[in-house]
Design a protein. Structure first.
Ligand code: OGA
Ligand code: MN
Length: 203
């Protein structure tokens, strides 16, 4: 699917259901380069235990390790990701007038057995995060490996999305609670948020 069609598909789905799964954001070699970089950083112990919320409270709610992207000085694989995600951001602004001004992103590695309990990506003291985008980096993922992202829908049902390499999950940050189920193997992803401008609300 070409860019324009891919992005229009995303905009239509977000305007309708508020979430969607896309493939084709990056070429397989680009996805592999991100996976290799994430794995190398993890092996070098450069990822740190994740924190929850603006206050960065340590918590048992999530067991992943993360490293934030520095979009001012991205590595080549990160640069490729940033360009595509930014093109998507601009297309969504054009189609949906969401006023998305910037992105933030981090690598995440969930060791076997780690989870992220059910939560909302909107931080309690900020409504900056509008759209959540999770991009998966795992080759050959099987259903039996576990590790699905469980997305809770408005109608009380849920969908399980497997973290296959190249899968991009988009959902409105304020609307969908979700959780990461434990996996039997290491699980790599990039979690990204498209943000709107404006003063952060203090809770
Ligand atoms: C998060 C998150 C989901 C995933 O980092 O907030 O929900 O599938 N990640 O990695
Ligand atoms: Mn989340």
């Amino acid at each position: 699917m070409d860019n324009e069609r891919l992005f229009r598909t995303a905009a239509d789905a977000l305007a309708g259901d508020g979430w969607c799964v896309l493939t084709g954001l990056l070429a397989p070699a680009q996805t592999r380069a991100l996976a290799d970089e994430c794995a190398a950083l993890h092996a070098a112990r450069r990822l740190v235990p994740a924190r929850v919320g603006a206050a960065h409270t340590a918590t048992a709610l999530r067991g992943d390790r993360t490293q934030w992207f520095d979009f001012a000085a991205p590595s080549p694989p990160q640069q490729a990701f940033a360009e595509r995600i930014d093109a998507l951001r601009i297309a969504l602004n054009r189609e949906l007038m969401l006023g998305l001004v910037e992105c933030e992103a981090h690598y995440a590695v969930y060791p076997p057995g780690a989870r992220y309990a059910r939560h909302l990506d909107r931080l309690r003291d900020s409504d900056a995060r509008v759209l959540s985008a999770v991009f998966y980096l795992n080759q050959g993922w099987q259903e039996a490996d576990g590790g699905a992202l469980r997305l809770y829908l408005d109608d009380g049902t849920h969908r399980d999305i497997l973290p296959h390499a190249g899968t991009l999950l988009l959902f409105l940050s304020a609307r969908f609670e979700h959780e990461v189920l434990p996996a039997t193997r290491e699980r790599l992803s990039i979690a990204c948020w498209m943000r709107q401008r404006g003063p952060d609300r203090i809770a």
